[in-house]
Structure formats: structure tokens, C-alpha cells
Design a protein around this ligand. Sequence first.
Ligand code: FMN
Length: 324
Amino acid sequence: MKIKELEIHGKTFLAPLAGITNLPFRRLVKECGCAVVCSEMISAKGIFYNSEKTITLLTSREDEKPLSVQLFGADPESMAQAAAFVEKMGVADIIDINFGCSVKKVVKQGAGVALMKEPRTCEAILKAVRKATNLPFTIKIRSGWDESGRQAFALANIAQETGVNAITVHPRTAVQGFKGLANWDLIKKIKEQLTIPVIGNGDINCVEDAAKMISQTKCDAVMVGRAAMSNPYLLSQIENYMTSGTYQEPKLYEIFRKMERLIELYLAYFGEQHGVRMLRGRLPWFIKGLPGSSAFRKVLAQITTSDQALALIREYENPAYNQQ
Ligand SMILES: Cc1cc2nc3c(=O)[nH]c(=O)nc-3n(C[C@H](O)[C@H](O)[C@H](O)COP(=O)(O)O)c2cc1C
């Protein structure tokens, strides 16, 4: 599949996840194997006003490429300037616009999924961003505000007409948030309507879900969010399954090595103090459901250094590893 001239080697996208798909986590998932990683959503206004905190979110590394940088905002001018700035920085291979975020803070600004009620503003944003950048340009949408899916069809058409190069569909309404099931049938219908690539998203929890979404909707690629948080191997498992028809479950010791790698990546990016604080919440994802994981989480909540985190992993690993 191609997004503009960019050849995508594979069928998997790591979803943008605010507060989670930072540089260290993206690198971890990329090292496991996936086609494209996405940044968390980044405020176009923050870039426009040169906010240091926002600009830091644009840090990238060659080894995570290709990177899709997602922008959110409600105003065509700042969105266009932000897209031009990102292109000039040379960090992004793809610019993505968020039309799906249902978080109150974002919706209140008229951004994210709120835009799906305003097709004329959407069109103005898409035209302005398309004019401002030559980068491959994608959008990520929901079904819309209500169950009809009409807003999704309308926006998908506007996007294709204004020169957007691919579209990700998370088929849940704004009101649904993350509740209920994603309506994969909407992905199928949008795919039938468009000629640009369609990336399907929502409720892929295992390899078989991804295969089912592709066969049911004929989408060109899949995007995985929440399930990748506890299994960074999932996207590479999907890639393997798509190319060879088989995939492997990671061994326990491989999961522990990945936890250690995440510690290393977090420290390199956030520094010891901030990195360790964040890791307290992140590391338990990897052993969710395994015996002793809640005790692990409780001890981890008390740690203050990365050495303590590493020692805890080793301590936790021994009995579990020996049971294999
Ligand atoms: C914690 C969290 C943060 C998210 N942040 C973003 C974001 O920054 N941009 C975006 O487009 N979607 C965001 N999403 C939505 C996901 O990208 C994805 O569309 C949704 O989780 C459905 O996919 P999944 O079932 O694979 O998780 C977020 C979701 C979660 C749970």
C-alpha cells in the first residue's frame, strides 16, 4: 500500500494514544516490528505559539521511521502553519489530522470529533493543510456524532476530494466514547466508497481480530491501540500472520527483556526521576493477567530508581520463568 509516494511495508499501524505513544514506546513497538508508528495527538495551537512542551512531543528518531505525526486543532490557519512547521522540522513522514478525539477538553475547543459536525470547517482545514504541506496526508475519524454514520461518509468524501491520501476509521460515535463495539461494517462501506487507502481501527485485541477485520471490511491496513499497550508484539504478530499464515506468542523471558528495554528507552528520553515515575504505571501492562502481577504492581508503585525496577523484574521473573 502507498500513502501518496510513501510505500508502506506492511499492514499495521500503531494508533496515536495520548500520553502513551511517546518516543520510547513507539521505538519499543517498532523494534518488535510494525509498519507505521503514530505520535500522540499534538496541539496545532501549541506549535503555532511555539510552546516548548508541545515542540518536545515532536522529537523523533530515525529508527522509528516512518512516523505519522498527528495534529489536533479547530482553526485552519494554525493547523496549516503547524503542518508546515512539522514538515520543515523533518520529523514526520506522514501528517495526520485528528477528527476523532472525544475528550471533553478537545471537543470544547471545537477540535477532534466535534469537527465531524462541521463539514465546512473540516473542508477548510483539509484544504489549508493540503496547501501547506507536500507530505503524505491522512486523517483519523470516528463514525460521527450519531449512529447513522452520515458524518463519516461526508468527511471521507471531502477528504478524498481535497487531496487527503489515506483515512483511518474508528467506527464508534462521539457519544459512545470507547463503549460498545466498533461497527466494522462502517469501515467496509467507507472502503467501498473511496479510492484512497482505508485503515481500519477498533477492537483489535489479537491476531485473529486483525485478520477478521481485513477479510470483513477489505481495509488496506489495520491500526491497533489499546491492545498494543500490554502486548507490544501484537503488531509484529499480525505482520507475520499476514505474510506467512503463522505467528508466535512471545516467551515470558522475551516479555521481561522488553520490560527492561522500555526502562532503558524511558530513561534515555525522560531521565531517571521522571522516567521511573512514568514506568510505575507502564510496566504492569506487560504482565497483566500473569500470576503475581498485582503484587508486582504494588511493589512497583513504591520504587524510586530504575535499579529497583530492574531488580523487581528479575525477582518476578525467576519463579515465572522456571514454570515454563
Ligand atoms: C489512552 C488513549 C489515548 C488516545 N489518544 C488518541 C490520540 O491522541 N489521537 C487519536 O486519534 N486517537 C486516540 N485514541 C484513540 C485510539 O487511537 C483508537 O482509535 C481507539 O483506542 C480504538 O482502537 P483500539 O480498540 O485498538 O484501542 C486514544 C485512545 C486511548 C485509549
